[in-house]
Ligand binder design. Structure first.
Ligand code: ATP
Length: 361
C-alpha cells in the first residue's frame, strides 16, 4: 500500500512541529525519516498511524484520503523504541495477542493462530524461544518479538519509531541488516524513524531528511549523501570540510585557492561556503594540474581500518580532513609533519544564509 502525505502542518499550541510536509512512500518501499531530535519525525509517523491529527493537509493510502480514518481501521503495525511487550506473557502469547483479541467473526481458530505465530517466530528467528518471557530475552530479541507482534495482524503498513534506539551499537548494526533482509522478504511498505544517518543510509530505499519540521531533502541514500540539497543535509549526513570565501566573476576565492564555478551557476557573493567531503580531497607531494589545490601540513594520521584519516593544517591555520584508501596512503608514504598539496576532486558551493542556492563543480 502506498502512502502519500500532502502538505501536512501540525501545531502544538503555537509551536509548529510540522510545516507543510509532503512525502510519498511508494508501495513496498522502506523509507527512513532521518533528522535530529525535535525535527518532527515521530510526529509525522504518528500522523501516518492516525495517532495524531494534522491541523492542515491530508494523508492518503493507495490514493484514498485516510486523514479521518480511525487508527484501528488503517491496517498499520507500529513498533516503538521501547519494546512494550506484555511482561506476564510468553513470547508466543505476545505475538498471538493481536489475533486473539480480534472480533469473533474475524478471529482465526486457535490452530490457525498457532500456525501463524510459528511462521512469524521463524521469520524473526525466535522459534526456539517461544516459551520464554520478555525478561528472559536480550534487547535485540525483544525488539524482534515486538516486530513479529506488529506483523501478526497482517498490517498493510509497518511504522517503526527508533526501533533499535535502545540497543548498543553492535546489536543495532546486526539488527538493521536483519531488518533490511526481512523487508526484502515480506515487502511491506515501511517507514522508520531514526536520528542515525548510517542506519538510514544503509537500510532504506529512500531517505527523507527532516529539519525543524520540514522535509529538507528526499531521495535515495546515494542522492542525499552525494548531492545534498542544503548545508544542513551536508552536515547531517557525514563529515565535511568547509571553505569560506567570496565569488567574483564566476570564480570562488578562498584564502588558499581559487575555484572556477560552472558557467551561470553562481552570481557574485561577498560570502560563500564550499563544502567537500573528506574522501573528495586528495593528497600529493606535488600540485595536481587542473584541480583546485592548496598547501597544508599533516597534523595527524589515523591508519586503522580500510580508510586512512588524515588531519591537515592549512597555511592560514584552518583544519581540513582527508580520507584516503590504504593503498594510496602507502604509495605516498605520508608522515606526520610533512608539507603536502591537497587537491579537491569535488565540492559544492552554497551562498546565502540558508544555502538557498548551491552549485557543484
Ligand atoms: P526525537 O528524535 O527526539 O524523538 P522527533 O524528531 O521525533 O524527535 P517529535 O517527537 O516529532 O520530534 O517532536 C517535534 C517537536 O514537537 C518537538 O519540539 C517536540 O517538543 C514537539 N512536540 C511533540 N509532541 C508534542 C506534544 N504532544 N505537545 C507539545 N509539543 C510536542
Amino acid at each position: 500500500m502506498s502512502i502519500e502525505v500532502r502538505n501536512v502542518t501540525k501545531l502544538f499550541g503555537n509551536f509548529a512541529a510540522l510545516k507543510d510536509v509532503s512525502l510519498t512512500v511508494p508501495s513496498g518501499e522502506l523509507v527512513a525519516l532521518l533528522g535530529p531530535s525535535g525535527s518532527g519525525k515521530t510526529t509525522l509517523l504518528r500522523i501516518i498511524a492516525g495517532l495524531e491529527t494534522p491541523d492542515e493537509g491530508s494523508v492518503h493510502f493507495d490514493g484514498e484520503d485516510a486523514t479521518a480514518r480511525n487508527p484501528r481501521d488503517r491496517r498499520v503495525g507500529f513498533v516503538f523504541q521501547h519494546y512494550a511487550l506484555f511482561r506476564q506473557m510468553t513470547v508466543f502469547d505476545n505475538v498471538a495477542f493481536g489475533l486473539r483479541v480480534k472480533p469473533r467473526v474475524e478471529r482465526p481458530s486457535p490452530a490457525e493462530i498457532a500456525e501463524r505465530v510459528h511462521e512469524l517466530l521463524a521469520l524473526v528467528q525466535l522459534e526456539r524461544l517461544s516459551g520464554r518471557h520478555p525478561s528472559q530475552l536480550s534487547g535485540g530479541q525483544r525488539q524482534r518479538v515486538a516486530l513479529a507482534r506488529a506483523l501478526a495482524v497482517q498490517p498493510k503498513i509497518l511504522l517503526l519509531d527508533e526501533p533499535f534506539g535502545a540497543l548498543d551499537a553492535k546489536v543495532r548494526q546486526e539488527l538493521r541488516r536483519w531488518l533490511r533482509r526481512l523487508h526484502d522478504e515480506i515487502g511491506i511498505t515501511s517507514v522508520f524513524v531514526t536520528h542515525d544517518q548510517d542506519e538510514a543510509l544503509e537500510v532504506a530505499d529512500r531517505v527523507a531528511v527532516l529539519h525543524e519540521g520540514r522535509v529538507e531533502q528526499e531521495g535515495s541514500p546515494e542522492e542525499v549523501y552525494n548531492h545534498p540539497a542544503s548545508p544542513f543535509v551536508f552536515h547531517f549526513l557525514g563529515n565535511v570540510n568547509l571553505f569560506h570565501g567570496r565569488i567574483e566573476g564566476g570564480t570562488m576565492h578562498v584564502g588558499e585557492f581559487s575555484l572556477e564555478l560552472p558557467k551561470g551557476t553562481q552570481a557574485d557573493a561577498a560570502s560563500a561556503v564550499a563544502y567537500a567531503r573528506p574522501h573528495l580531497l586528495d593528497i600529493d607531494h606535488t600540485p595536481l594540474p587542473g584541480r583546485p589545490h592548496f598547501r597544508a601540513t599533516i597534523r595527524h594520521i589515523n591508519a586503522a581500518g580500510p580508510i586512512v584519516r588524515v588531519e591537515l593544517a592549512t597555511g592560514s591555520g584552518g583544519i581540513v580532513h582527508a580520507e584516503l584508501p590504504q593503498e594510496r596512503y602507502r604509495v605516498l608514504g605520508l608522515q606526520r609533519g610533512a608539507e603536502v598539496y591537497v587537491s579537491v576532486k569535488d565540492m559544492k558551493v552554497f551562498t546565502g544564509p540558508h544555502g538557498a542556492s548551491g552549485a557543484g563543480i
